[in-house]
Design a binder for this molecule. Structure first.
Ligand SMILES: Nc1nc2c(ncn2[C@@H]2O[C@H](COP(=O)(O)OP(=O)(O)OP(=O)(O)O)[C@@H](O)[C@H]2O)c(=O)[nH]1
Ligand SMILES: [Mg+2]
Length: 197
């Protein structure tokens, strides 16, 4: 039932400074990490989008049914604009009531876990604008769901010059997404993280 109410936005426009090479292209059991994330997302929605400034780089590696959204330049700002801007730009392109937001550096994400997350969506309160996982460090903004209403909230937030996802999530009506398999939140940011896999 949720499938046509839900789309997914994967962000793949980070600098990968800590990794030293593009995380989206890391090899995970023979497939690029971004491709793996696309396949996971496709298990819960047929509408999968990737927001990136590097459309050509990823065109060949993503499944044919997934759509690339080119990240637009912002006037008077130099890239990188950060993940909140990426999600905002993606949200403007989708039509579903809810969007699953994902990072491209989640090698332990899996379909069973995403299905568990999706089951929580119909139970959120009416005024909830996002359902997002939390860890010891705080919100995990790219492991969660955002209501389309967030487009307007992001717009106001960004216009005030703010870019922090934590700040945004703390100031709105956000519920904590229950996570069954904590490993699925594992963020592969550094060569050491990669070696752990
Ligand atoms: N489209 C888009 N995605 C971004 C941007 N910044 C970060 N992301 C994505 O957001 C997710 C989380 O990024 P991080 O792991 O925090 O940082 P990163 O920039 O990829 O890597 P570092 O340079 O090491 O901090 C990844 O999927 C990134 O590709 C951005 O400016 N635009
Ligand atoms: Mg990360």
């Amino acid at each position: 039932m949720i499938k046509n109410r839900l789309s997914a936005i994967i962000l793949a426009g980070g600098q990968s400074k800590r990794m030293g090479e593009d995380k989206a292209l890391l090899d995970l059991d023979g497939q690029p990490l971004l491709q793996y994330i696309c396949h996971c997302a496709q298990a819960v929605t047929s509408q999968v989008y990737i927001v990136t400034p590097w459309v050509e780089r990823y065109q060949k590696i993503i499944p044919a049914e997934c759509h690339l959204i080119p990240e637009m330049s912002l006037p008077n700002e130099t890239p990188p604009y950060g993940p909140l801007v990426g999600l905002y730009q993606g949200l403007q392109q989708v039509e579903t009531e809810w969007v699953l937001a994902l990072a491209c550096d989640l090698p332990k994400l899996n379909v069973a876990e995403l299905e568990f997350w999706c089951e929580q969506l119909p139970k959120v309160n009416r005024d909830t604008v996002a359902l997002v996982a939390k860890s010891q460090e705080g919100w995990e903004p790219l492991c969660g769901f955002y209501n389309r209403d967030c487009v307007d909230l992001f717009s106001v937030y960004l216009a005030s010059g703010k870019r922090s996802f934590q700040g945004f999530l703390n100031q709105h009506s956000v519920e904590e997404l229950k996570v069954r398999d904590r490993a699925s939140l594992f963020n592969c940011n550094t060569p050491d993280d990669l070696a752990q896999l």
